[in-house]
Design a binder for this molecule. Structure first.
Ligand SMILES: NC(=O)c1ccc[n+]([C@@H]2O[C@H](COP(=O)([O-])OP(=O)(O)OC[C@H]3O[C@@H](n4cnc5c(N)ncnc54)[C@H](OP(=O)(O)O)[C@@H]3O)[C@@H](O)[C@H]2O)c1
Length: 246
């Protein structure tokens, strides 16, 4: 790693976000982690050099405070997701991820960075690329996902969050983005994985993606300029290598 990186991370207490945090620190990256409760962070990161923990609710943090935390970061990573419980899936905030994306993008722009900040979003294969680019899905899959977005708030939220980034496009002077789309998540560490511009499996014959692989790819995006150049402005699908063709 040639330059010293500073990353603002949200969702660092989650299963994927915790792995992102551990891997960033292992790479010597400075991390500012906004979390609701520091107690839920992975046990082995406490007191690690390079880690700053900000205990706050991201959605109610003042604009001025969020701007202060975003200023000076060269990447922002969101691994937020709705807690898997009845309250987490059906209760407020229905647009947790989208509201967080909106707030973070606003803070990045307000900080007027000299070099565009990299925004890396944990998204999902349930999310479509704009312009009907994900042609792999058949009519039944598309109808099912349309129904899911109507009925299940998190599915709608993930699409809305990705649409905010797709709406920003690739010409913003202050931020560039990548929305990472894992398939079915497994609580496993880093293995070989592959990246694809579009969908490679159907909803009813899904592939799998280790959380460790999502974390590894997000860290590569944050710290490796060549990887960033390959994927900026895109929604790469990430799946385990062993999953290909299963
Ligand atoms: N399950 C799958 O197969 C799959 C596949 C593809 C994509 N995804 C997407 O990936 C996301 C992340 O997955 P994961 O399993 O790593 O998530 P996770 O372990 O459930 O972690 C969720 C994170 O979001 C935070 N969070 C939840 N509600 C919040 C709120 N109201 N305000 C602030 N923070 C809040 C949690 O913080 P606290 O610790 O404070 O609760 C936690 O850090 C999923 O939610 C989904 O959108 C999932």
């Amino acid at each position: 790693m040639s330059a010293q990186h500073t990353v603002l991370l949200v969702g660092g207490t989650g299963r994927t976000g915790g792995r992102v945090l551990q891997q960033l620190l292992e790479r010597g990256v400075n991390v500012r982690a906004i979390v609701r409760s520091a107690e839920r962070l992975p046990a082995d990161v406490a007191g690690k050099p390079g880690l700053t923990v900000i205990e706050a609710d991201l959605l109610t943090l003042s604009d001025a405070d969020l701007l202060r935390h975003a200023r000076g970061c060269d990447a922002v990573i969101s691994c937020l997701g709705h807690t898997i419980s009845l309250k987490g899936v059906l209760g407020a905030p229905h647009y947790l991820v989208a509201e967080a994306v909106e707030r973070l993008c606003r803070a990045i722009r307000a900080s007027r960075p000299e070099v565009p900040v990299k925004f890396i979003l944990m998204s999902s294969v349930s999310v479509n690329r704009a312009g009907g680019l994900d042609t792999y899905r058949g009519a039944f899959d598309r109808f099912f996902m349309w129904m899911m977005r109507g009925l299940v708030p998190p599915a709608r939220d993930n699409q809305r969050a990705a649409d905010i980034l797709q709406g920003i496009g690739t010409g913003d002077p202050y931020l560039q983005w990548v929305a990472v789309r894992p398939d079915t998540l497994l609580e496993e560490e880093t293995t070989e994985y592959s990246l694809h511009e579009g969908l490679v499996s159907t909803l009813f014959k899904p592939d799998s993606t280790n959380m460790g692989n999502v974390a590894h790819f997000m860290c590569e995006l944050a710290t490796n300029q060549a990887t960033w150049g390959d994927w900026a402005g895109k929604l790469p699908v990430i799946i385990n290598d062993s999953a290909v063709g299963e």
